[in-house]
Write a protein that binds this ligand. Sequence first.
Ligand code: UD1
Ligand code: CA
Length: 462
Amino acid sequence: MPIHVVVLAAGQGKRMMSDLPKVAHLAAGRPLIGWVLKAVDHLQPANVVVVVGHGAEHVQPYLPDGVVAAHQVEQLGTGDAARVGLGALPEVAADDTIMILYGDMPLLTGDLLGRLADRPADVAARMVTVEVDDPTGYGRVIRDDHGLVIEVVEQRDGDSSQLAVREINAGSYAFRAGDLIDALGSVSNENAQGEYYLTDVIAILVEGGKSLEPVEATPQEVVGINSQDQLSEASRLLHARNNRALMEAGVWMLDPDRTYIDDTVVIEPGARIYPGVHLEGSTTVAAGARVGPDVFAEDTSIGANSTVWYSVLRGATIGEECEVGPYASLRQGTVLERGAKVGTFVETKNTTLGEKAKAPHLSYLGDATVGAGSNIGAGSITCNYDGYEKHRTEIGEGVFIGSDTMLVAPLKIGDRAVTGAGSVITQDVHEGALAVERNEQREIPGYSDRRAERHAAKETED
Ligand code: UD1
Ligand code: CA
């Protein structure tokens, strides 16, 4: 039986206290709506419609191809949003299954949705319910004396005995299409919030003698995000889930509670991750690499058997057997080839270090290429910016840049050339040559003694 999915995501999420629509907030590297759609993917549904409204322009970019956006002009409640969503579905047969999900539930799993979708033909609705310690804010699932579900009562509409119920409506449903369409037609907005509640469909179906099945979930799967506080809790749970999956696949992690790896990141088994590591975007870590403690890496690839610690990497490509840090900042366009090293207090940008090239301490390398096996002495920098334009520095292979060399770009240093410590190099240096730019050292003999005598004479005067 074909499955059609409607995800409600038009609300503002007032309790987030943010201009961004709620479902566009990020948790562990994906927007909330992205997490829901990822779980939906497991169902291989015939159609997916996302109902957008408030801040639609911030939500739509997150909808993959094939997902249809339906616009709810005024946010009149989940029942109204469901109607808008159904209106955007192509031909649906009465016996098809329509699943309605909320876009603010990032912990939904493909497994749970799969169980929910498994609807016997004679069941009009299946809904996910779960017993929680603190049901505040959720719709309560009310059962009759025989334990059958008869209605869902919202927080704002419940009396004290209803609000004491700890079984909540998780907000994920699988309906027989014909029954949902009929029931939605009779939902009114006569309630405390003046909204059309999708949850009223439950009582309408029960009153119409239709059969209904609750589906159990764990409290963690159905965390709904209404506040920043819950967003942070969801991020924690999603990171923990991701870390568990990585460890099951063979990644070594010293302390998963202090390791933040976004869902978009790929880590090979055999990598070792220390605490304080944040990996984001398209970052990849190869087998045998050691990352951390304390690394932030975004859109960066870290090659096999490399070590990166106490450092920040953005848009960098680290080859195999490289060393980065401690305290290095690798910016966009940094490429380290096999065995290269960027050490303490070194910043790089748009720079390639060839095989086994090294910048071990206190350097800035911008818009540069450093050939294989070359060494950049402590304190040396590329002066790549003249106040108007950026210029390139090209350093050949086997070059020795002496400590504290200023390389004023544009500049070419030939293979095996050497620069003298403290030189300001403004002209190209030929292969194998030594370039020194330095004033002659002067020496004034006996200076210290004369200075001490002057000082002593002044003291007796006073
Ligand atoms: C809803 C349920 C509640 C359940 C809880 C689970 C209703 C009436 N209540 O309450 O029983 O326990 O979820 O998390 O359904 N939306 C629209 N258009 C609207 C209103 C909402 O698209 O006009 C979307 C929101 O963007 C959101 C979802 O529907 O993604 C749920 O809305 P929300 O206001 O968060 O409902 P809750 O009060 O949490
Ligand atoms: Ca909610």
